[in-house]
Design a protein around this ligand. Structure first.
Ligand code: NAP
Length: 264
């Protein structure tokens, strides 16, 4: 690589075709906006909130990219296949997949029902597998693509005092699946990486805050060496890096973005 122009363009995503699951709100919405801001066309996948997804689609289109919303449950194989086919029919290819859809169902281990355990695994782990597999088949044909999985610091540590073993295990699985897919698909020109966020203020965390209003000051911020929780915008830079040619020699990596929470 030589010349300043080449370096200036390494984050350019103009014309790239992206899918963001769980893209109607929170982290997924922010990452969809970031990808579009760098020129990518973005398909927004949601389970239920189509109204919100359509509003985002309109906003993204105003910024000059193509965008559309698709209703699909990432835990349902037929839904995922249909969703991926819809994107390929429209754009002919998929360059970027952000596996962001996820749920957390807090429960003490001794009380967690098998249904609750399986529901968590179905969305957080099966969903990443099924969507990566369906998109991966297309990327293998193209001989290129970047998959970004949203894992969690909870895949690395037990973020005490919160009790959601199923969530932690599902996210640890996402991290290992990231490494497996990166290894298997490198020969096809596909890179697979994960982001492991710390506490990020979204509607998901709002729900916890309603029940435990002091949780930020007592636990979440206190645990991080930066003494605060993060914003959705603070995950945008690493996402653009992993989606773009800037990270062409990076694969199988789990990038932690947690204000230093897992340091001590
Ligand atoms: P959120 O506000 O609850 O948003 C979750 C999104 O996932 C929603 O758009 C939802 O769509 C979608 N979704 C849920 N189940 C789905 C399914 N079965 N199929 C398709 N879409 C589904 O969550 P968030 O805080 O932005 O979190 C996003 C991701 O980051 C999750 O994987 C989460 O585990 C991870 N994460 C979050 C934090 C944090 O502090 N916020 C920290 C670490 C990791 P509908 O609205 O249509 O249901």
């Amino acid at each position: 690589m030589s010349g300043t122009k080449t370096y200036r363009d390494i984050f350019n995503l103009k014309g790239r075709k992206a899918i963001v699951t769980g893209g109607s709100r929170g982290i997924g919405k922010g990452l969809a906006e970031a990808l579009a801001a760098h020129g990518a066309d973005v398909a927004i996948v949601v389970k239920s909130s189509m109204d919100r997804a359509e509003t985002l689609v309109d906003e993204l289109k105003v910024s000059g990219v193509d965008s559309f919303a698709i209703k699909a449950d990432v835990a349902d194989e037929d839904d995922v296949k249909r969703m991926v086919q819809t994107v390929v029919d429209r754009w002919g290819r998929i360059d970027i997949l952000v596996n962001n859809a996820g749920i957390v169902l807090p429960a003490n281990a001794e009380d967690c029902t098998l249904d609750s355990w399986r529901q968590t695994m179905a969305v957080n782990l099966d969903g990443v597998f099924l969507t990566s597999q369906a998109v991966g088949r297309q990327m293998i044909k193209q001989k290129s693509g970047s998959i970004i999985n949203i894992g969690s610091m909870s895949g690395r540590i037990v973020n005490w005092p919160f009790r959601h073993a199923a969530y932690n295990v599902s996210k640890a699985g996402v991290h290992m699946l990231t490494k497996c897919l990166a290894t298997e698909w490198a020969e096809h020109g596909i890179r697979v990486n994960a982001i492991a966020p710390g506490y990020i203020m979204t509607e998901l965390t709002d729900e916890v805050l309603k029940e435990h209003p002091t949780v930020v000051s007592e636990h979440w911020a206190k645990g991080a060496v930066q003494n605060r929780i993060g914003t959705v915008e603070e995950l945008a830079g690493v996402t653009i890096y992993l989606a773009s040619g800037a990270s062409s020699f990076t694969t199988g990596e789990i990038v932690t973005v947690d204000g230093g929470l897992t340091l001590r």
